[in-house]
Design a binder for this molecule. Structure first.
Ligand SMILES: [Zn+2]
Length: 269
């Protein structure tokens, strides 16, 4: 005999004899007592557990879950559910079903959670905005500093350019001065060389002069000796007022040669 597992109670039921319509609607609690060995039990109490907090909520939740499952599986439509439950599409203002109430409460919880979430996000956002504001302020200070630094840099750079131009001018003037100094130095060097040459030439001349003077003195001595010899050996006498010594000696020498020539001629006769 085919059976199925009941999703409501979890027990196996016969497919052929399963007929839940016959079952009582109320959740009925039953109390039994034993009748002794082999004699079974006897029901001593039956009472509704509809408002009981142990069983009833579990069954309610299960039924709703099953209903949801059938709706999701398209085994039943919402309209069929509404019709079965007698829910009209335009609910009156003063009546509200438990389901709608629960739904509204659920929606309210969701909205409340969303509001809490938004508030949290708002706080985070507010903090972020505050942080950004602080950063922006510090950034503005930084930008101010940057502008100041840039201005200072510009000023320093233009000063530096002026200094560079001045330095260029000074440098070219210095170069001109250096060129002049170099040229003067060359002239001085050349003059020094000339002076050195002149000095050495001068000392050469002085030496030659001294040598000449010595030679003149020697010559004078020779001449004096000659004149003395002539005066001692002949009758000729040197008159310093009238004759230069050279001319006197030359004249005496000529006369002596003539005398010698005459003596030689006499001897040959
Ligand atoms: Zn069952």
């Amino acid at each position: 005999m085919p059976e199925f597992m009941c999703p409501l109670c979890g027990h196996l039921h016969s497919i052929r004899y399963y007929d839940p319509e016959d079952l009582p609607l109320d959740i009925e609690g039953v109390t039994k007592v034993g009748l002794g060995q082999g004699k079974g039990t006897k029901v001593v109490d039956r009472h509704s557990l509809l408002w009981d907090n142990d069983v009833s909520p579990k069954i309610v939740r299960r039924v709703v879950t099953l209903c949801r499952f059938f709706l999701d599986q398209k085994r039943i439509t919402q309209n069929e559910v509404k019709q079965s439950l007698g829910i009209t599409t335009t609910p009156t203002q003063d009546t509200i079903s438990l389901k709608e109430y629960n739904q509204l409460r659920e929606d309210a919880e969701v909205l409340k959670a969303q509001v809490e979430e938004e508030k949290k996000r708002g706080d985070v956002e507010y903090n972020r905005v505050n942080n950004l504001q602080v950063k922006l302020n510090s950034q503005q200070i930084t930008i101010k500093n940057y502008n100041k630094i840039r201005e200072d840099n510009e000023s320093l750079r233009s000063q530096a350019e002026i200094e560079v131009r001045r330095a260029d001018r000074e440098s070219s003037r210095a170069a001109n001065l250096q060129a002049t100094v170099n040229s003067l130095q060359k002239k001085v060097n050349s003059l020094e060389t000339k002076l050195e040459n002149a000095k050495s030439y001068n000392s050469e001349l002085r030496r030659e002069l001294e040598e000449s003077e010595t030679r003149v003195e020697e010559a004078n001595e020779v001449l004096d000796d000659l004149i003395e010899t002539i005066e001692n050996s002949t009758s000729y006498e040197f008159d310093p007022d009238l004759d230069s010594r050279e001319e006197f000696i030359a004249e005496i020498t000529r006369k002596l040669i003539e005398d010698i020539e005459a003596l030689k001629a006499d001897e040959e006769k």
